[in-house]
Design a protein around this ligand. Structure first.
Ligand code: MRU
Length: 346
């Protein structure tokens, strides 16, 4: 285990502000921004300064403390503080962790700032523990399930590492665990258009860890899988419905379809805070639609002709019947074989 994966904290409480690694400027610059108020946090979440379902959950948890402190400075009453917290909770719609973690910390709201901070710290600590457990469960399952007399070749999409969580990583945590056990040959990291979480962030984390990898265009994934160059795909999730339907970064469902066609495992690794048992199926998941410029421009320069419109859903939904295994901190559910989260995680 490298020092980097232990120390990297996408979200860090400093005592009176939230320190966020600015994920919009990685990998070329490693900068931290200090968020001191609710407007700053909402902006950071919406611009993807902090991103990844568990990381925005942790940021939202500490956001309750930021709202309390700002309320003290500005003389807000209880209603105004709670309205500010509601804005944080609604900053992005798809990752349920944001709502779950804010709501959890709010249960301590009336006990005061210290209790709010203690709960937010528990959210953060528990996420790291969940990631470690997922790493072990996921690696065990893959090594048992994939009959290979050599280390595994794994494909992943988006970024699910220490940057996307409170530490260590979900799908990338499983990949780290395989590497630590000497059971990983190579990672195919999809670049993840349009904001390049794969080529900018996953590749950056893999470089720090010395894990062999290729960055490939998202459009290359299906061909790589069908050519037999991949033993399994493993991704994270932003919200998982009771029937196992999984919202994750746009492009994920194409990976799952290719895995099903090729007959290789498609794993989702996510803490139980990402499972939304109140949503029956993927149809009930609100998919964030982001601004057109993200797909019509590249690095601030217009690439599509004037007159083109952009369609920019940030996530897609993979049907549960394509999810071979859902790895949580409690173990692996074989969703496509009928082990549905709604029946096993209540
Ligand atoms: O838009 P993003 O970068 O926040 O999307 C992130 C993802 O889709 C991740 O795969 C998901 O949140 C899991 S992170 C452990």
């Amino acid at each position: 285990m490298s020092v980097m994966s232990q120390k990297l904290r996408a979200v860090d409480w400093t005592g009176n502000s939230l320190a966020l690694i600015d994920q919009t400027v990685l990998p070329h610059r490693t900068e931290t921004i200090q968020v001191r108020d609710v407007d700053g946090l909402v902006d950071a979440i919406q611009r993807l300064v902090v991103r990844g379902a568990p990381a925005i959950g942790a940021a939202g948890a500490y956001g309750v403390a930021l709202a309390v402190l700002e309320g003290e400075r500005e003389g807000w009453d209880r209603t105004q503080v709670l309205a500010a917290v509601a804005r944080i909770r609604a900053a992005r719609p798809t990752a349920v962790n944001l709502m779950v973690c804010v709501d959890r910390v709010l249960t301590r709201f009336d006990e005061g700032l210290d209790a709010v901070l203690a709960e937010a710290a528990a959210v953060q600590r528990e996420d790291v523990g969940a990631n470690r457990a997922m790493g072990a469960y996921g690696a065990d399952w893959l090594l048992k399930r994939v009959a290979a007399d050599r280390p595994l070749r794994v494909l992943t999409h988006c970024n699910t590492g220490a940057l996307a969580t409170a530490g260590w990583g979900t799908a990338l945590g499983v990949i780290r665990e395989l590497h630590a056990r000497g059971q990983l040959e190579v990672v195919y990291a999809d670049e993840t258009r349009p904001l390049l979480q794969g080529s900018r962030l996953t590749a950056w984390e893999l470089v720090q860890e010395g894990i062999p990898h290729y960055v490939q265009a998202d459009g290359a994934a299906a061909g790589t899988i069908l050519r037999g160059e991949v033993d399994a795909a493993i991704v994270g999730a932003d919200r998982i419905a009771a029937n196992g339907d999984t919202a994750n970064k746009v492009g994920t469902v194409g990976v799952a379809l290719a895995c099903a066609y090729a007959g290789i495992p498609f794993l989702v690794a996510a803490p139980t805070t990402t499972v939304d048992l109140s949503t029956a199926t993927g149809d009930g998941i609100h998919i964030e639609l982001r601004g057109e410029a993200e797909v019509l421009e590249w690095s601030g320069i217009r690439t599509a002709p004037a007159g083109s419109r952009g369609h920019n859903p940030a996530f897609d939904v993979t049907p549960g019947r394509l999810v071979t295994g859902l790895v949580t901190e409690r173990g692996v559910l074989e969703v496509s074989a009928g082990e549905l989260p709604g029946e096993h995680l209540r």
